[in-house]
Ligand binder design. Structure first.
Ligand code: GLY
Length: 372
């Protein structure tokens, strides 16, 4: 049995630490968008592979502002959101949800400012332009033939744009993308493939593949966490039971295959992985599980998801993961990994890991306040 008061204190301590780390980052490197640390430092010349992380700094600033009400964070949150506004028409990436949901959508939710909402809607419209009618999926940044599991975290912004505008075609695109991803990338045991390859001439699904996982037929932990969270979001928009079942199947796979501390390796199926942890997958799963607890109709499962999210946070707020006792470390959460094969951000802090950790902490603190 856990002492709920002590748990709450750990979350508050971690959020206060996150605020200090973010303040230092913004003051040390103004207008810089980090992606992963090298030896714990955010600023370096390392490769990005693709530019998908520019919403996570502003997003964390919005989250800390929402938690503290401190105007310093509000001003920086607006500033870092404005710095990426031009990306609302960026057709080179599949990540416009990652850019605009943590930033401009939070801005709109907190203020009701219709100009902010218009930015989110435009980003959703831009993302929908990636839809391949042959194959029925939003193509990844890599190629026309490629569908990524990660896009499940971005498709929500298209559902949102459809809902706000009444545009039925946007809704069709988002819905079909989710159905194709479910059919081609989610397996019967709830595990997921990273990528699907299609025949662009016919739209036929050809095979599963990976970039950041161990093998084409294995299960990359972060990809599965994206699916757990993303299918839950698809369900909040559609109320289509298939999406909830998929999110819950992914949650079950995660929980059954992860050690009791709640943090998976980079890929569950890799034998003897060099590193035991991929902490960003755990942070994403914790945040997604808070949502699933609200979405599932079963009170026992809801309690189990909440308990498991708290178990992950118990682990991530300890000194092995939280950088609070690591002098000179500039990130918040240690032991994240971006891309092992490319040797980018391996066993480091990663910007999305920090973002989803702060988001999960916020949800945990709010749930306690709501008496859950
Ligand atoms: N590009 C998304 C990820 O690395 O998870």
């Amino acid at each position: 049995m856990h002492d709920e008061g002590a748990r709450h204190e750990r979350c508050e301590t971690a959020l206060a630490f996150a605020g200090r780390q973010l303040r230092r980052l913004v003051e040390a490197h103004p207008d810089y968008f980090p992606m992963y640390t090298v030896n714990g430092r955010w600023k370096h010349g390392g490769d990005a592979w693709t530019n998908w992380c520019e919403g996570f700094l502003g997003g964390q600033l919005w989250l800390i502002y929402a938690h503290t009400g401190d105007p310093w964070f509000r001003a920086r949150a607006e500033h870092y959101s404005r710095l990426i506004e031009h990306r609302k028409t960026d057709r080179t990436v599949h990540d416009l949800g990652f850019l605009f949901w943590p930033t401009w959508k939070r801005w709109y939710d907190l203020t009701g400012d219709q100009a902010a909402n218009a930015v989110v809607i435009e980003a959703g419209r831009t993302l929908a332009l990636r839809f391949k009618e042959k194959g029925q999926y939003l193509r990844s940044f890599v190629a026309d033939e490629s569908l990524f599991i990660d896009i499940m975290m971005n498709v929500g912004i298209i559902f949102y744009a459809a809902q706000q505008t009444g545009d039925a075609d946007l809704w069709r695109i988002a819905n079909q993308h989710c159905l194709t991803t479910r059919r081609c990338l989610v397996r019967g045991d709830g595990s997921t493939a990273h990528e699907g390859i299609f025949d662009t001439a016919t739209g036929a699904f050809l095979r599963q593949s990976t970039h950041q996982g161990w093998r084409d037929d294995s299960s990359w932990a972060r990809g599965l966490a994206w699916a757990l969270y993303g299918f839950g979001t698809a369900y909040t928009f559609t109320h289509d039971a298939r999406f909830l079942q998929t999110a819950e199947a992914c949650a079950r796979f995660y929980i059954e295959h992860t050690p009791p501390h709640g943090v998976p390796p980079n890929d569950w199926m890799e034998p003897d992985p060099a590193l035991p942890y991929e902490s960003s997958a755990a942070a994403i799963a914790a945040s997604g599980l808070w949502d699933l607890a609200q979405l599932t109709g079963d009170p026992l499962r809801a309690r189990f998801y909440r308990e498991y999210a708290l178990r992950i946070l118990d682990t991530l707020t300890g000194p092995e993961f939280l950088a609070i006792e690591t002098p000179g470390w500039e990130g918040i959460l240690k032991h994240g990994t971006y891309h092992t094969q490319k040797k980018l951000g391996v066993d480091e802090s990663v910007m999305w890991g920090d973002y989803f950790f702060v988001e999960a902490l916020n949800k945990g603190v709010k749930a306690r306040g709501d008496g859950q």
